[in-house]
Write a protein that binds this ligand. Sequence first.
Ligand code: MLT
Ligand code: ZN
Length: 456
Amino acid sequence: MTEPFVTELEDALRAVVGATHVLVDGDLRAPYETDWTRRFTGRARCVVRPGDTGEVAAVVRACAAAGAPIVVQGGNTGLVGAGVPAGGEVLVSLARLDRVEPVDAVEAQVTVDAGVTLERLQGHARAAGLDFGVDLAARSAATVGGMVATNAGGIRVLRYGSMRAQVAGLEAVLADGTVLARLGGLAKDNTGYDLTQLLAGSEGTLAVVTRVRLRLVPLLPARAVALVAVAGTDGALDLLAAARELPALSAAEVFYPDGLDLVRSYARLPAPFGEPAGAYVVLECAARTDPTDGVLEILAGCDAVVDATVASDRAGLDRLWSYREAHTEAIGAAGVPTKLDVCVPLGELSAFVAELPGAVAAVAPAARAIVFGHLNEGNLHVNVLDAGERAEEVTDAVLRLVAAHRGSISSEHGVGRAKAPWLPLSRTPQEIEAMRRIKAALDPAGLLNPGVLLPA
Ligand code: MLT
Ligand code: ZN
């Protein structure tokens, strides 16, 4: 590619979004070029920050005319390297797409721009007496567009499902700049291919999501959280089985002593119990009236409970949740983790957790795997620290162990660049070929997020 050609595209982009929103200087590009974990980094040709859907479409058209590949970025909280450049792409940041429409209380829906953060969406819904069903620790930075693109999950999937279940419609820009809009939010609409659900979870490979019509849920003001010590994974599963009797159950999370130690020293938290335990479960119930009695009843009747502490006031809820929610930051402070987000059938969970350290040690003896996650879905976040140069081997070993236990190599973070080579462990050749045909039909030149999701 020659210099005059580069200048031509940049000039075209400046004409669309204004000169201040085309970043070419290394210092200005840098915050966009490395992911949150610091594991994935690449140089962008430039960063473009369109301000609305029309500008996104014009940016995509200009890139298509120049044959320039694009990587799309929301809040840059992704964990599989799908939102940062591999090298040389135009990085399209959607941060300036930040409008929220008034809540439609009759439909219990709202339309928001892709760059709106989860925290802002939650505040907007709550101000209207409703709530948003997906919640996750990165709420202050994660954006709606990225959450749709990755089909994000989080801590309330048990009750409300993943991001796909919240999406009633969306607007997106195709690889040739065409705008698809389906924001009506009808509860029943049986008129052919469900393009909205196709684009949700497509990781920016089929289109750029610019606006989303989202379902909202009732606002439940009364919460109770229990932090429970159990002997190990089997005990955690016994407790989960008992807790499922609670209609108000909204979260069931698991973590282990090594993760607790990291969190305690990072967040300066006291030991939650007098004695260490084999595993810890966070249960949360949410309802219109205080659900504490139901939680206490379940804990009293469950033999798996070794110790427990329960809170229903705001400070107590935050304190107990912090033992779980500080895991990501505490692990990030300890090093650059190889982050693997996997799903294992509940019947295989104990065996998987028991076999994991051996599988990691076999390829990286100095590494340690910190495990935590969303117990109800069998969604474990395997964070391997100190893998050094052996990150690929560790990834291979862990994902093969997942496949041996009939699991999925990605539960809620997506495939991205990090796991694309291992997609055949979770999808058949026929499925991958069908995905390739869809990709080729919507993005024939392969300009949207190249290298993401589909193996080379
Ligand atoms: C979480 O559940 O906290 C997130 O998926 C983030 C992570 O895995 O680090
Ligand atoms: Zn998670």
